[in-house]
Design a protein around this ligand. Structure first.
Ligand code: GUN
Ligand code: FE
Length: 431
C-alpha cells in the first residue's frame, strides 16, 4: 500500500465511483487519498497530483478500486445451512432453520459461526451488513461482540417471535422487548456509529400483532431501523392470513402494526398488488431484493424493474441461507439474471436490470436506504474510507476502455481478485 505520511495514504488505479441517479464516475488512471480514515480526494491522478505533490512517487498500478459492498439482508445463525434442503420456505424453516437457530443458543457455536461469517464477509468485500440473529439475547450479544472485533459496520437484531415457532425460540412480548432494550443500551451506536441495533420482527407468521405493534413503538422511540420479511412465498401469504384475525393484505397487516416506515427494510416483496405497492411507496419504506434466495427456495421472481420504474427504493441482500452467496458481488449478478427470467417467463414487456444499475444498488443505493449515503456507499471526498482494491488475473486494467468493460469483468468473470478491503481506511483484509 502507498503510505506517504503517518496519516495519509494514496491508492492509484482504475476507480469506479457511484454518483447520483444510477450513474458511475470512471477514472481510468485515478487517485484515492485517505486521511485519518476519511476520503480526501477521489478523481483523476493528474488532477490529484496538483493537490498532493507526495503522490508523485506512486507509479501507475493494475488495480481496480471500488467502494465496499453493502449487504442489506442476511441471517448469521443460518450460515451453516447454506445449500441445505430442497423444499420451499415454510417446510425449510421448520425442518432446517428453526432447529439450527435453536442450536445457535449454544454460546460456543454462536461464537464460532459468527467469527467465520465476519471473516467471509470481509474477504468478499462486504464492509456493511444488516443481520438477523436468532431470537435469543445471549446469541445476539455474541454476534455483536464478534462484529465489534471484525471491523465490519453492522445493523444487528434478535429475530423476535412469540408464536408459531419452537418453544425454545419464542418469548413473551415483555421478554422480547426487554431483550431488545438491553441490546440497544449495550450496543446501539457504539464505536462511533459502526455498530447499530435494528428491530427485527422475523415475519408476521411468527409474530402476534401485539408484538409487532410493541416492536414498532420501540423503533419509533429510539429512531431505529426495522427489518422483516414480506410477501415472499405463496404458501407463506396464505399462512399469514390464516394466522391473524385481520381483514386485509399482508402489507396492510404490517402497516396497521406500524412496521412500514421510512426506516423499514422489507425483504422479498415478490407478490404485492398495486395497493400494497402504494402503501410501501407512500410510507417511503424500502424493499430488499434477495434474488438467489428467491430461486433457491422456489419463492418466485420479484418484478425488480417494475418497482424501480415506480421509483420505489430497492436494495440488495444475500439472505443466507435462503441465498447461498456470501458475496454481494455475486448477488449483484443474480439480480441482473433474475430480471432476465422475469422478462422471459413472467412479463415479456419488462425491461431488465443493467450492470451499472446493479452495481449502483449494491453500493450507493444500499447506503441511501440505510440513510448513510453521507458517510459510505461511494468514494466521494469527505466520506469514510470503506473500499476494495482488486486486480485482474489476466488483463491489465489499462486495457479496459470504458465502464462496461470493467463491470463485465467485475460482475461476470471470476478473474478479478479482491486484494485489500478497508473500513474507515483501516486494512481489514490483505491478500
Ligand atoms: N421468512 C421468515 N423467516 C425467514 C428466513 O429465515 N428466511 C427467509 N428467506 N424467509 C423467512
Ligand atoms: Fe431472510
Amino acid at each position: 500500500m502507498y503510505k506517504i505520511s503517518k496519516f495519509m495514504e494514496f491508492y492509484r488505479g482504475l476507480i469506479l465511483n457511484p454518483i447520483e441517479n444510477f450513474n458511475i464516475d470512471y477514472f481510468q488512471d485515478g487517485l484515492l487519498s485517505v486521511d485519518k480514515g476519511k476520503i480526501q480526494f477521489c478523481g483523476e491522478y493528474k488532477v490529484g497530483l496538483k493537490n498532493f505533490q507526495e503522490a508523485k512517487e506512486i507509479t501507475r498500478t493494475k488495480h481496480l478500486i471500488i467502494p465496499g459492498f453493502i449487504d442489506l439482508h442476511t441471517h448469521i445463525p443460518q450460515f451453516p445451512a447454506i445449500g441445505k434442503g430442497e423444499g420451499e420456505l415454510l417446510p425449510w424453516l421448520n425442518e432446517y432453520i428453526f432447529p439450527l437457530e435453536e442450536k445457535f443458543k449454544n454460546p460456543n457455536l454462536a461464537r464460532k459461526v459468527s467469527k467465520r461469517f465476519f471473516k467471509k464477509l470481509i474477504e468478499n468485500g462486504t464492509t456493511t451488513a444488516v443481520i438477523f440473529s436468532n431470537s435469543s439475547f445471549e446469541a445476539t450479544d455474541i454476534i455483536f461482540q464478534e462484529a465489534n472485533k471484525s471491523g465490519v459496520r453492522v445493523f444487528i437484531g434478535n429475530s423476535i417471535m412469540d408464536i408459531n415457532a419452537p418453544d425454545s425460540l419464542i418469548y413473551s412480548i415483555e421478554t422480547n422487548i426487554s431483550n431488545m432494550n438491553k441490546l440497544i443500551e449495550k450496543w446501539h451506536l457504539t464505536d462511533k456509529g459502526r455498530l447499530n441495533f435494528i428491530v427485527s420482527p422475523r415475519y408476521a407468521g411468527s409474530c402476534s400483532i401485539e408484538l409487532m405493534k410493541e416492536a414498532a413503538k420501540l423503533a419509533k422511540q429510539n429512531d431505529l431501523f426495522i427489518q422483516t420479511h414480506l410477501a415472499e412465498n405463496k404458501d407463506e401469504i396464505k399462512f399469514i392470513s390464516s394466522t391473524h384475525n385481520f381483514k386485509g393484505s399482508y402489507t396492510e397487516l404490517l402497516f396497521d402494526s406500524g412496521i412500514i416506515t421510512p426506516k423499514s427494510l422489507l425483504a422479498h416483496c415478490i407478490y404485492l398488488d398495486e395497493k400494497e405497492i402504494d402503501i410501501i411507496k407512500q410510507n417511503d419504506a424500502s424493499i430488499v431484493h434477495c434474488p438467489t434466495s428467491n430461486r433457491y427456495l422456489r419463492s418466485g421472481i420479484m418484478p425488480l424493474k417494475k418497482y424501480l420504474i415506480k421509483n420505489l427504493k430497492i436494495g440488495l441482500g444475500t439472505d443466507i441461507a435462503g441465498g447461498y452467496n456470501v458475496s454481494v458481488l455475486r448477488e449483484t449478478k443474480e439480480a441482473i439474471e433474475n430480471s432476465k427470467y422475469y422478462s422471459l417467463f413472467l412479463d415479456k414487456t419488462s425491461q431488465t436490470l443493467n450492470k451499472q444499475e446493479a452495481f449502483w444498488i449494491s453500493t450507493l443505493g444500499n447506503a441511501k436506504i440505510l440513510k448513510l449515503d453521507n458517510i459510505i456507499g461511494s468514494l466521494s471526498a469527505g466520506k469514510e474510507a470503506d473500499f476494495i482494491v482488486l486486480d485482474s488475473e489476466f488483463n491489465d486494467i489499462k486495457d479496459y476502455r470504458n465502464i462496461d468493460d470493467v463491470l463485465s469483468e467485475l460482475i461476470y468473470s471470476d478473474s478479478l481478485r479482491i486484494r485489500n478491503v478497508a473500513v474507515r481506511g483501516q486494512m481489514m483484509y490483505q491478500n
